[in-house]
Design a protein. Sequence first.
Length: 280
Amino acid sequence: MDDVHQDIRYGAASAQLLDVYPGPPGGPTIVWAHGGGWIGGSKVDIGGYFAELARAGFNVVGFDYTLAPEALYPTPVREMLEAIAFIAAKKDEFRLAPDKLILGGDSAGANIAAQAALALVDASYSEELGTSRITRNLHTAGARPVATALQCGVYDARMMREATGSFAAVVRDMVTAYCGTAQWADDERSAFARESVLGNVSGDFPPTFISAGNNDDLTPQSKALAAKLTEHGVEVSALFFSRSARPRTGHEYQFDLSSKAGARNLSQMTEFLLACAARG
């Protein structure tokens, strides 16, 4: 896209830059946290995906956040909320709609987005994260999440500790870097464990699109979160694949839009999110 607003500073840290991919003026606004295991990745890595979302009818904000080990948990969650506060303040300049807010993310970014959504709907959770001032200001500004989009994410410390497979082992090392301790699954010692998404969601969580592939060590966490949200009465649009489905769908499969699975993901997700935004 030629009209992308790039590298707009939204905070004091050097990494705090965002891009805006314009969609329909006043249309729903997706704020998306990129993946990379909390230690890598960038908004520019998935710029093509953001452009597709803009063409589908969304204003899209992709933002960078401070990576571990330079910044530890929950800094990226706070920075996502700061990005939302920035665009809420600049809504007229960029023709955005913070009252039709969608929080999205992939992999580690899905974890960040889900926790930011929790902070926006649960005052006690926001207080524990240390983000109460930001979320109160966002409520005053009328910023309200109408949905979340969670792709291939991490949502529970205990399940992450017990996950099997070589990729899960790599992700555990990433969580250690993110938390600054190897005790990140211990409720007594770790805020990351106490504040895990799966153990804190309620019926106030926004309607959610959630997906993960059938060849991804993290998929059980997505299925568990989908089930927990449904149990709480949250509207859920889930896309999972049977173990026998071929070709197999791996971690971050949704970005391969040339594949049937990736195209199906984009279609189902955008249809669901647009419907949520229309209801307000």
